[in-house]
Design a protein around this ligand. Structure first.
Ligand SMILES: [Zn+2]
Length: 202
């Protein structure tokens, strides 16, 4: 049983004691902090409204005359609030967060670990990059075309993710998490490729 640090009454979940309204030490888990189920599809407007509401309620300025405990809780809660909002508002970082908690971190995506289904495209791309580095300006057209293709793949990954999020939330199934991880790895790889192309084209 968790009790309020101030009045010692039993606490339900939430940041404030229902009896004396004292601000409690915040949970560090982002979903728990926002009282959200561990779902990957999130209503962003509702989350944003909660973020603004809590930003006001937890603001350290409101606690400048309060006890040391409450001032410390306000600082800690504001830090978790900002990290939680930044992480959960973006579907990619939200999924990465949930995956990391399930022990499924996203890998480094070194350039030699080409996803097998991208081998041909990546080979063509590297050839064009090589040509451009040797002064062949015509390779620029090829690179721009490749860039468009990879950009379209990113858009397709985002659509895949959206469907997998729904699947995950409905069944809380580990296979959906593994599939999400595969899409995120591929996505990160493609993002790196586009970054390399942009560097050469600029
Ligand atoms: Zn209390």
């Amino acid at each position: 049983m968790i009790t309020c640090w101030q009045c010692k009454k039993e606490l339900e979940k939430g940041l404030f004691c229902p009896s004396c309204n004292a601000l409690q030490s915040p949970p560090t888990d982002y979903f728990t902090f926002f009282s959200l189920p561990r779902h990957l599809s999130i209503n962003i407007e509702a989350l944003q409204a909660k973020f603004y509401d809590l930003s006001r309620k937890l603001h350290p300025d409101k606690y400048s005359r309060k006890s040391e405990t409450e001032r410390a809780n306000s600082t800690a809660a504001t830090a978790v609030l900002n990290d939680a909002w930044r992480t959960l508002k973006n579907p990619i970082t939200r999924a990465e967060y949930l995956l990391a908690q399930s022990g499924l971190e996203i890998g480094e995506q070194r350039s030699k670990d080409v996803p097998p289904e991208l081998l041909d495209e990546v080979f063509e791309l590297n050839m064009a990059l090589e040509e451009l580095r040797h002064g062949d300006q015509s390779a620029k057209v090829e690179l721009a075309t490749a860039r468009e293709k990879f950009q379209a793949m990113l858009a397709a990954s985002d659509a895949d993710l959206e469907n997998l999020f729904v699947k995950h939330d409905a069944e809380s199934c580990p296979p959906a998490l593994a599939a999400i991880r595969a899409v995120l790895n591929r996505r990160r790889y493609i993002t790196n490729l586009i970054r390399d192309v942009d560097k050469e084209l600029s």
